[in-house]
Design a protein around this ligand. Structure first.
Ligand code: PA5
Length: 430
């Protein structure tokens, strides 16, 4: 399902030297004996997910599709990036779905908050508030503002029916409120952390509302779960990618991994990857800085740096063999733009040549190592497969650095200082 091309990494990756370490880590994951072993639910989720809850997700999605014009997804970080990535990758940036999806609760910008609320004033909207802790400031502030608008539009009883809360099964302020108000609730399992939660209700409900085939997505993930169960790095391409990124950093000295796509609708995949790898690997003063670009757009901004700037990065290119849609460049008899040499050619063909030309420029001329990952096409099945591929690769490569992939202690530090400055009870001292 995934082709991993390591022929452009400039250096040879010595997989043999990793065979033993990878076997140990694979066993650690399977036996749940490594650091962060409370958060390994994602490893078997594609097979063991709660089928009753899955049915309720599909029912809720249908209800939202039938009754509302907009679904506001209120969440931040792992509580929205996966859904947004999937919805944009599958539906494109100009979707024709009946229900529009809006992302909120992911910023403290007063301008954004006010503009969203203004936009929703005359819309029939439902809310999917997503927070594992139930206390994240960005999400809580947005949710309070949204509720107030919704209640003023339709009254409290109807508002409570239009709110769907995805949170912890028993703990937290959001769960308590949901119980009191009678919101429909969906569970973020205890053993699945935010950035590994796209295949739980966190991602599945918004994706289903947007028309995504979530069953196919789970089947794709399950296929990946089977395919990448093999503990041999010489045959497991997921583990090869994990090792390649570890080697390029640790032994070749590249501190940055630039995720590259050639589709604007995959831009949010870059955002999801940045969180997955950044929050998992960036701790103890270690880690590879994940960044992302969408080419060829960004060849006209960051392209210069990649080609000739400080040699700090390797690129990981993610391609889909078959475009979701295609279009042919038309013939123009006047040919004033001199473009007739492309007449009759598909735009996907031109994009492919842009990739091949860029690969040559970056690897041969720029000496920038490139890893190329190709899926057959971007659909729900392959995206589910890709999600699992990256989650597992992230766990393996982070363990190769001897770092716990599943916590994020650093994220709390800004919160403490912010709470202190805001006068939140219990935060008098920092
Ligand atoms: O991956 C993570 O754990 C974080 O990005 C969280 O998902 C994010 O901080 C939101 O947290 P919560 O779901 O508790 O509101």
């Amino acid at each position: 399902m995934i082709k991993l091309d390591l022929s452009n990494t400039v250096v040879n990756i010595p997989f043999d030297a990793y065979i033993q370490d990878v076997k140990v880590i694979d066993k650690m994951l399977k036996d749940k004996t490594g650091a962060g072993n409370d958060f390994l639910g994602w490893t078997t989720l594609p097979r063991d997910y709660d089928k009753d809850e899955f049915k309720r997700i599909l029912e809720a999605a249908k209800e939202i599709q039938d009754n509302y014009d907009v679904l506001v997804v209120a969440g931040i970080g792992g509580s929205y990036l996966g859904a947004r990535c999937a919805i944009e990758a599958l539906n494109g940036l100009f979707p024709t779905n009946k229900v529009q999806i809006i992302y909120f609760g992911n910023t403290l910008s007063s301008t954004y908050c006010s503009q969203v609320l203004n936009y929703l004033k005359d819309k029939k909207f439902a809310i999917n508030v997503i927070s594992k802790s139930g206390t994240t400031t960005e999400t809580s502030v947005a949710f309070r503002l949204l509720k107030s608008l919704l209640i003023s539009q339709v009254g409290e009883e109807k508002a409570n029916k239009a709110i769907f809360a995805t949170t912890d099964k028993s703990r937290g302020a959001l769960k308590q409120e949901a119980n009191e108000k009678g919101y429909r609730t969906f569970v973020i399992p205890d053993d699945v952390g935010g950035r590994f939660s796209v295949l739980t209700a966190v991602g599945l409900l918004p994706i289903a509302v947007a028309g995504g085939d979530i069953l196919s997505m789970m089947q794709g993930a399950e296929q990946a779960m089977k395919d990448f169960d093999d503990n041999n790095v010489l045959t497991n391409v997921c583990y090869q990618y994990a090792v390649a990124r570890h080697y390029l950093h640790k032994s070749e000295g590249y501190p940055v991994e630039m995720f590259v796509t050639y589709e604007p609708s995959f831009t949010q995949l870059g955002e999801w990857l940045k969180q997955l790898f950044g929050e998992s690997g960036g701790k103890e003063r270690l880690g590879i800085l994940p960044d992302s670009v969408t080419f060829s757009t960004d060849l006209h901004s960051l392209g210069q740096f990649v080609q000739e700037g400080a040699p700090c990065m390797f690129e990981t290119v993610i391609l889909a063999d078959e475009p979701q849609e295609d279009i042919v460049v038309n013939e123009d008899p006047a040919n004033l733009d001199g473009l007739n040499f492309l007449a009759g050619k598909k735009v996907s063909y031109i994009n492919k040549k842009a990739f091949e030309g860029t690969l040559g420029a970056h690897v041969i001329d720029g000496k920038v190592p490139n890893i190329v990952i190709t899926i057959p096409k971007m659909d729900a099945f392959n995206l589910g497969y890709l999600f699992y591929f990256f989650e597992k690769a992230c766990a393996i490569s982070t363990y190769l650095f001897n770092v716990n992939p599943f916590d994020q202690p650093g994220v709390e530090i800004y919160k403490k200082r912010m709470f202190h400055l805001l006068g939140k009870p219990g935060y008098d001292k920092i």
